[in-house]
Design a protein around this ligand. Structure first.
Ligand code: NAD
Ligand code: BTL
Length: 491
């Protein structure tokens, strides 16, 4: 198996240490690739290349519309190669091929969106209070950007970083999760084919504790954009203080899904199922915390349990499969620990809570769709992100009560309200401390709308015009049109 390499300063290279890592298919634990394993010194080299490229200014000074054309070309190539990219993503993550194909379409949309946005901001003239002067506010690229992405949506999360950073004229060092690097390697090949000056795009491979730590610490980096878990976020935040680099964080969630008694029952049940079990619950915005109005609670839970028991687990490449495995043995153990915690806390396990018995799934990291009822607000399984196929259900009696409960975690990423009363929906949506609120739906996200979290779910926004602004500095340029001495100092 050919060892896959890193891309630094326009060249594909092995790591300095010569170490390598096996990449595993979570469906059957087959080794699907071998990649070079970088460490601090490789990250250092990549940052140096990005710094030089930024300071030389070839990309930064490329007219914005031309930067946009390049990104349109990237989008075209992603579409042309989407089947191969989707195949790689499913092999690497275990997610269904249908899901990966949808991801590739989303990623194409992200590149197209930021390609189109690249030349839309020509700065803004502001009213100067000083006579005979003009004031202009312009946005400029931040500089060298470290970009660290997670394993659950490897290329999608990377695209949310790469596209706006390049559109704004920055240089980048990207590090995918060490366990799912394959599509990020592939897109780097695409970026190379489209052609960016050496050092503008750099890819480093390796562990977070070595490569990622250097990307967060290094003083030549101006911004670190990170998507991942909250504890990693804290470490990166601390590491970034050395030179006060800017940080943009997309972290975890414990996302409330609120169902009022007047909701369309079938729709709410179906959406609740999709909210929590899509991609085996390994979604930052998974609706893993269901709050159901008391009068329909029992009926709702019965309907959910019936459908959860029918979810077809399997190989992501099998058309019948509705959900794949969890990403790794370690991650499944974490989910299993949470299920034990839930039982100890007194929640009632009504379905799942174990691995499937089907021998065909025995080599994969599978876990059955699980539901806990009789959950209380202060339980750990209600407050903490499990990131697996585990749903907690709580009852509520009033609008005020449910808003208070929904807002009671340290997270604030996303959530939903299901009701046929549009005024109630609006009132609740306005009171939820979340970066995204869906009304009568769950999960939609697209390039045009900002994505990010309140509270400890994140800092800053990706996507939308705010996603481009993250990668810019704001400069005020003031010009005096009648310069003359001010004579403040008389001597
Ligand atoms: N808010 C969002 O949009 C969003 C999207 C996807 C995933 N997530 C979150 O990501 C988490 C799951 O992803 P994960 O398990 O890959 O997260 P993780 O925090 O373990 O790893 C994410 C990335 O950080 C790197 N990393 C680890 N330690 C590091 C360190 N000390 N310094 C620098 N980098 C380091 C990893 O190598 C990886 O590339 C969940 O909490 C999920 O909610 C959030
Ligand atoms: C942001 N999103 C929903 C694509 C993936 C979260 O894990």
């Amino acid at each position: 198996m050919k060892r896959q390499q890193m891309f630094i300063n326009g060249k594909w290279i092995d790591s300095v240490s010569g170490e390598a890592r096996e990449i595993i298919n979570p469906f059957n634990q087959d080794v699907i690739a071998i990649v070079t394993e970088g460490d601090k010194s490789d990250a250092h080299m990549a940052i140096e290349a990005a710094r030089n490229a930024f300071d030389e200014g070839e990309w930064t000074n490329t007219p914005a519309n031309e930067r946009g054309y390049k990104l349109f070309k990237v989008a075209e190539k992603i579409q042309q190669q989407k089947d191969e990219l989707a195949r790689l993503e499913s092999l690497d993550t275990g997610k269904t091929l249908t899901e990966s194909i949808a991801d590739m379409d989303d990623i194409t949309g992200v590149f197209r969106y930021f390609a189109g946005l690249a030349d839309k901001d020509g700065g803004e003239m502001i009213e100067s209070p000083i006579p005979n002067s003009t004031s202009k506010v312009v946005r400029e690229p931040v500089g060298v950007c470290s970009q660290i992405s997670p394993w659950n949506y490897p290329l999608l999360q990377a695209s949310w970083k790469i596209a706006p950073a390049l559109a704004a004229g920055n240089t980048i060092v990207i590090k995918p999760s060490e366990i799912t690097p394959l599509t990020t390697i592939k897109i780097t090949e695409i970026l190379e084919e489209v052609g960016f000056p050496n050092g503008v795009v750099n890819l480093v491979l390796g562990a977070g504790t070595t490569v990622g730590q250097e990307m967060a610490e290094n003083h030549d980096v101006d911004l670190v954009s990170f998507t991942g878990g909250i504890e990693t976020g804290r470490k990166i935040m601390n590491a970034a203080t050395g030179n006060m680099k800017k940080i943009a964080f997309e972290l975890g969630g414990k996302n409330p899904n609120i169902v009022f008694a007047d909701a369309d029952f079938e729709t709410a049940v179906d959406q609740a199922l999709n909210a929590v079990y899509f991609h085996a619950g390994q979604v930052c915005s998974a609706g893993s915390r269901l709050l159901v109005e008391d009068s329909i609670h029992d009926q709702f839970v019965d309907a959910l349990v019936e459908r959860a028991g029918k979810i077809r687990l399997g190989n992501g490449f099998d058309e019948k499969t509705e959900s794949g495995p969890l990403i790794s043995k370690e991650h499944r153990s974490k989910v299993e620990e949470y299920v034990e915690i839930g039982k100890d806390e007194g929640a009632k396990l009504v379905i799942g809570g174990k691995r499937p018995e089907d021998p065909e799934l025995a080599s994969g990291f599978f876990y059955l769709p699980t539901i806990f009822t009789e959950c209380e607000n202060d339980m750990r399984i209600v407050q903490e992100e499990i990131f697996g196929p585990v749903l907690t259900v709580e009852r509520f009696k009033s609008e005020n009560e449910v808003v208070k409960r929904a807002n009671s975690t340290t997270y604030g990423l996303a959530g939903a309200v299901f009701t046929t009363d549009s005024r109630k929906a609006e009132r609740v949506a306005n009171k939820l401390r979340l970066g995204t609120v869906w009304i009568n739906d769950f999960h939609p996200y697209f390039a045009q709308a900002p994505w990010g979290g309140y509270k400890q779910s994140g800092i800053g926004r990706e996507l939308g015009k705010q996603g481009l602004e993250e990668y810019t500095e704001v400069k005020h340029i003031f010009e005096n049109h009648t310069p003359e001495p001010v004579n403040w100092f008389k001597g």
